[in-house]
Design a protein around this ligand. Structure first.
Ligand code: VER
Length: 219
């Protein structure tokens, strides 16, 4: 099979191919309310508790695929988030303990991540959508949380703080260069872009569930 150099790099295809989905995620009720400082501690804690099994899946599949010639090009344990999520959950849930989450949106998302273990090309889409998002818009979300809840220095927002990445820009540039260097057929590139859209949809599913709880989360 010949692999032709494409006009447009995969990183650009992924970003441009998911612009509409990104807009939808950003404008979900839950996210809009969170960014406006209108979600209380319970809401943010439950959001984190939903993310936990998703990152647990991303990071266990990531460990299994670390040496895969394709997925291994983006996998980097130094940016893994599970420990940070646990640290934040301990801060936010305090004495009440981490809330038990029953969520079909989480179950669907986890199942899709786990399925990508058998198709490493698709895992690239899962990895990109969460980690590059956390290194992009996530940085602003962390600052907004710190302001909204008047958090003591550094507390509760470990999720947005990447000790191994002092400056997101060069890291993201290197990440995009790694995507662009992947030896993928055009068909596989398309499959990655399609999976990015699916992953945005799965995140949208979380926000929909969270949005139904906004009355309880009102701040
Ligand atoms: Fe986004 N994001 N985002 N984002 N994002 C940027 C890049 C980016 C932003 C802002 C920004 C999500 O939500 C938000 C994602 C993925 C995701 C900026 C750059 C805001 C303000 C919000 C929410 C309110 C969500 C939910 C996701 C996915 C789960 C990716 C993958 C990228 C990198 C794009 C690229 O290729 O450079 C300012």
């Amino acid at each position: 099979m010949t692999v032709l150099p494409t006009e447009t790099g995969l990183s650009v295809l992924m970003r441009e191919g998911s612009q509409a989905e990104h807009k939808d995620a950003e404008s979900s009720n839950f996210m809009s309310f969170l960014l406006d400082g209108k979600v209380n501690e319970t809401g943010y804690t439950e959001y984190l508790a939903m993310l936990r099994p998703i990152y647990a899946a991303l990071e266990s599949v990531g460990a299994a695929l670390a040496d895969d010639p394709i997925a291994g090009a983006v996998i980097d344990p130094a940016i893994h988030r599970l420990a940070a999520i646990d640290q934040d959950l301990a801060y936010w849930s305090g004495a009440a303990g981490v809330p038990a989450i029953q969520s079909s949106a989480v179950d669907r998302y986890v199942a899709r991540v786990e399925a990508s273990a058998a198709d490493p090309v698709l895992f690239v889409a899962h990895h990109y959508t969460r980690y590059l998002g956390d290194l992009s818009g996530g940085q602003a979300i962390g600052r907004i949380l710190a302001r909204t809840f008047d958090l003591p220095e550094g507390q509760g927002i470990a999720f947005y703080q990447f000790d191994a990445v002092p400056k997101p820009k060069p890291y993201k540039d290197a990440y995009r260069a790694a995507l662009d260097a992947l030896p993928l057929t055009e068909r596989d590139q398309q499959r990655v872009v399609e999976e990015v859209k699916v992953v945005f949809g799965l995140n949208g599913g979380l926000f929909e569930e969270l949005s139904t709880q906004l009355p309880r989360y009102a701040r």
